[in-house]
Design a protein around this ligand. Structure first.
Ligand code: GAL
Ligand code: ZN
Length: 669
């Protein structure tokens, strides 16, 4: 496989905007070399230029670009152009246009908004992908295929509605079975003919959570089969070129664990708003996304897009502060990225993204702050070759599951809305990340194994599926430390509640049963009170456990449930099962995790390094990435002399790390 054997540094290259400016295209190459660019993602939205009219392909301009790039040692991540279709295609075949939530057919325009079911769309994409592959897949500098762009969203056209019904028919066999598992005895929802079922919509049925779950699974399935179709088209020509799709942060539309099976390499697009007040909180969230991306395939991933300076689609678009481009780029590398890619290489003169950050601005200069920042990343990456083969190793696994996310999205229970599932996962994640403890993620699918981890954390697993309760039981029995929370083990994979005590199948493992859950108003809080007098605020949700045989480690501080257990520990088999009934804030969560982890030996990236809050250490193999998100210069004491790969120097012990500073440290032997 042509999988990169260096860190890739580059970004989206859209020369199809510049075909009337040959001098600009020539200048691009000179500037790319100056910026240390060794790879570009080419042609992501180039369909209209590649196939100006139906069936007539024009590859000559791309030939020239490909030639020029490869002559200059710049590798190519070649895109299929399926993420935006040409106007002629939409005009001629309106079925390729998506129907929205209200079943209205959209008009031509924008991107990422075609119907993934439409046989015409699939065929047209297959044809252009095949033509592209025939033209370029023999080229040694095509590193990878970039299929489409940021797949997302739903279509509710008649074709999709019919495909949904077909999918349901395959799944359930009979309407009787569907009625049973969708609990349609409620509100007279019984279906007596398949044709009565429509996609969920505010125009029709929107509150049946079982239906919603199936709709999300179906949409995942449509996207997966679309990606597979594209993958097969390009790999039919050359099976050795790996395929990626670029994923997104906090995405909810499709199950990424499932989509990842369709591709060879995971990549993603990261656009945090650095510098807007709390970079530490932001860095925790980004770190979690990186680890999640690495976990989808348990393999290194690519940072496919990031901005070298600002974006142009938030209400306030802040510039990256000095140092932040290097820091955020290397944060990705710390968590397992094999690349730092950006959107985009050069700002266009027009269109909606003319003012989005890019390596080269409208002035065409190479002596700008942004250009220098980018060139610096290029230089640093070139010196990190030994890190490329280093792998992230984790002793903790956090269960994060898209089906559970969807289940929580639509449940009408203690809190309406999504019940802040991802934020709860982040709360746990952050308490570990801040201490330099590495984390993997896994979902609840059948193939998930908890073997090899010392700690498994299962925040807010409202749904149990794939036999996860059995896996958690065995994991604990065999000596693991299991951490569960409020609102766990309540519904099955159909979104039907279990009959019996919650958390389903784990009450003996935990030594309690969860009976009721209370919601707090945003300004309200309870507390988690410890015997030694410490008191931590609890927010949002408080669950009330009964028949507690587990050891009580902390109790509620107020309300009618004051004195009831809020944190418990149960010895089970050779292991320990913890249960946290309420939701602490980030500070409190750190204390809770300290208590939980006191008995476990987990490697910490910063075990010997003495530093203040706002500094975080992340280990990738033997390399320790020491990152400063505090916004101020900070003194760090390494505890022993180490070698810094960025500065290429030996560091004796005490060192000032500037604001947004980063070091990549290696033990000196
Ligand atoms: C991404 C997208 C790019 C560009 C970028 C701007 O989501 O894939 O094409 O629009 O955002 O931030
Ligand atoms: Zn459709």
């Amino acid at each position: 496989m042509n999988y990169p054997n260096v860190f890739l540094h580059g970004g989206d290259y859209n020369p199809d905007q510049w075909l009337d400016y040959p001098e600009v295209l020539l200048e691009d190459i000179r500037l790319m070399k100056l910026a240390g660019i060794n790879a570009v993602s080419l042609g992501i939205f180039a369909w209209a230029r590649l196939e100006p009219e139906e069936g007539r392909y024009d590859f000559e301009w791309m030939d020239e670009i490909v030639e020029r790039l490869t002559e200059n040692g710049i590798g190519i991540v070649l895109a299929t152009p399926s993420a935006a279709r040409p106007a002629w295609l939409a005009q001629r075949y309106p079925e390729v246009l998506r129907c929205n939530e209200r079943f209205e057919r959209m008009h031509y325009g924008e991107r990422h908004n075609h119907c993934l079911t439409s046989p015409v769309y699939r065929e047209k994409v297959r044809q252009i992908d095949t033509a592209l592959a025939r033209r370029y897949a023999g080229h040694k500098d095509i590193l990878m295929w970039h299929i489409g762009n940021e797949f997302g969203g739903d279509c509710r056209c008649p074709l999709c509605a019919e495909a949904f019904r077909e999918w349901l028919r395959n799944k359930y066999g009979t309407l009787e079975e569907l009625n049973r598992r969708w609990w349609t005895g409620f509100w007279s929802q019984r279906y007596t003919d398949w044709s009565q079922i429509e996609p969920p919509s505010p125009m029709g049925e929107v509150s049946n959570p079982s239906m919603w779950l199936d709709w999300r699974r179906f949409e995942t399935c449509q996207c997966a089969s679309f990606v597979r179709m594209e993958r097969e088209a390009v790999q039919a020509v050359n099976a050795d070129i790996p395929v990626t799709i670029n994923l997104m942060e906090r995405f909810r539309d499709y199950d990424y664990f499932t989509l990842a099976k369709e591709i060879d390499v995971v990549s993603w697009d990261s656009y945090p708003t650095w510098g807007s007040g709390d970079d530490m909180a932001l860095a925790a969230n980004v770190a979690m996304q990186h680890d999640l991306m690495r976990s989808f395939k348990r393999k290194p991933f690519l940072l496919m897009e990031s901005t070298p300076s600002l974006v142009n689609w938030k209400p306030h678009n802040k510039l990256k502060r000095p140092g932040m481009h290097l820091l955020s780029s290397l944060q990705a590398v710390a968590h397992g990225s094999q690349s730092v890619m950006m959107f985009q290489w050069r700002k266009g003169r027009g269109g909606s993204e003319a003012f989005h950050g890019a390596v080269v601005s409208h002035d065409g200069r190479s002596d700008t702050r942004v250009f220098r920042d980018v060139a610096e990343v290029g230089q640093v990456l070139a010196g990190l070759q030994p890190v490329l083969d280093a792998r992230n190793q984790a002793g903790v696994c956090i269960l994060f599951d898209y089906e559970n996310l969807w289940a929580l999205e639509r449940v009408q229970a203690a809190q309406l809305g999504n019940m802040r599932y991802i934020d709860t996962v982040l709360l746990f994640y952050r308490s570990l990340w801040e201490q330099g403890i590495a984390v993997d993620f896994a979902d609840m699918s059948e193939e998930t194994s908890l073997e090899g981890y010392k700690v498994v954390i299962a925040p807010m697993l409202f749904m149990f599926r794939g036999g996860i309760e059995e896996k958690m039981r065995r994991f604990t029995e065999k000596g693991g430390v299991l951490v569960t929370t409020f609102f766990s083990g309540i519904v099955d994979a159909d979104h039907l509640t279990y009959l019996g005590d919650a958390p389903h199948g784990l009450t003996d493992v935990l030594g309690l049963r969860a009976e009721e859950i209370d919601a707090l108003y945003p300004e309200e809080f309870n507390t988690l009170a410890f015997e030694d007098g410490r008191n931590l605020p609890l927010e949002e949700l408080c669950e009330l456990p009964r028949d507690v045989t587990a050891e009580v480690m902390g109790v509620y501080g107020s309300d009618f449930y004051a004195g009831m257990p809020a944190l418990t520990r149960n010895r089970f088999g050779r292991g320990t099962a913890w249960y946290l009934a309420g939701k602490p804030d980030p500070y409190g969560m750190k204390i809770v995790m300290d208590i939980i982890l006191a008995e476990v030996k987990l490697p910490k990236a910063d075990a010997e390094i003495d530093h203040q809050e706002g500094i975080v250490a992340t280990a990738r193999g033997e390399y320790i990435f020491l990152q400063n998100y505090s916004g101020e210069a900070q003194k760090v004491n390494l505890g022993r002399p180490m070698f810094d790969l960025i500065g290429q120097r030996r560091i004796e012990d005490g060192w000032m790390l500037p604001a947004n500073g980063i070091m990549i440290l290696k033990e000196e032997r």
